[in-house]
Unconditional design. Sequence first.
Length: 335
Amino acid sequence: MKVLKILGIVFGILLLLTGGGLLAGSVLASKGEGVFDHELAKSGYTGPVEGTVKSVEQTSPVIVTVTYTDKQGRTQTGQGAASGAAPPKVGDKVSTYYSTSDPSQILVVNVPGLANLSGVAATLRISGIICLIAGGVLLLAGIVTFVAIGVAGASVIERYLAVPALALMVLAAVAIGGWTMLLPGWLRTGWMVAAVLIVVGGVAYTTTHINLSRFDNELRFRGQAHDDLTAVLHDPKVQAGLRCGPLTGPNHKIVPDSRWIANLGDGQVGARAESYRDDREVPLQTKGVAIVVTSRFAIFKHAWTDVADDPRIQVPPPGFKRVKTSRFYSAYVRC
C-alpha cells in the first residue's frame, strides 16, 4: 500500500508535467501554423488544402505536380516546389498552398505522417489531454490512499512524501524558469519578474526560519543513541538474558538497530506496544530482555512517538530486573 500511494503521487505528477509540456507544444505548433499561413497570405497564397501528387521532378528544389480541390470546391492542377524532410512520391497526399491569382502556382509542405502543422498541434493536444487525465487520476488515487491510511489509523510518516516532493521540484523548476521558453514579450517579462520575487522571498524566508541547531541535535543523538544501545546489548548480563528469551523495545523504533547490533534473527526482537493494542492478541513478554528508554529527548524519539502510544510500553514487564543503564537506555532481564 505504501508503494502504491508513493508511485501514484510520483507518476501522477510526472504525467501532469508531461501533459502540460505537450499542451504547450500544441499551442506553439498552432501559433507557428498561424504565422506561416499569415506570411504566405502576404505573398498571395492560401491554404492548406489536401492534394494528390501526380508527378515529381527530381530537381533542386524538387518540383511536383499536384491536383487539389480549392476552397471554392473546384478541382485544380498546379505545379511548384515541395519542402519537407523528404520529397513526396507519386500518389502521396500532401498539404498544398495555392496562389489566389493563379491556382496553377502552388507550394507543397511535405511533413511525413502528418498533413500540416495543425495535425502536429492536434496530435500534441490529444496526447497532452490524455497525460493530464491519467496523471490527475494517479495523483488523486495516491492522495486518497494516503488520507485513507491515516483515517484507518495506520502510520502516516512525513518521509513517505519525500519522493513525491522531489517530483514536485520539477514542477517548481518550471514555475521558476519556464519564462525562458517564451518569446520576448510582456508575458515573459512578467513571469521573469515574478520568478525573481519568488526566489528572493524563498531565500529570505528560509534564512530567517532555518534552525541548524536542530539538525545538529538530531544527528548527534542518532550517533550517541547507537553507541549507547551497543554498550547495553553487549553487556554480559544482557547477553545472558538474551539466551533466556527475546528482546523487546517500547515500539518498533529500536528494533532494526537492535537486530543489527546483537545479530538477532527475525522474531527475536519485538515491540511491547504490540501487546497493548486492542486489535492484537500478543501476550506480554515473560522472559528475555526488555529495553526501556530513559532520556527525555530519547523518550519522544524512540518510545512515545505518537499520541496513540500506550504509556505502559515504557514500563518493564513484571518480574524483570534492571541490569544495565546508559544515557538513553536501561536493560531489564528475567530468566
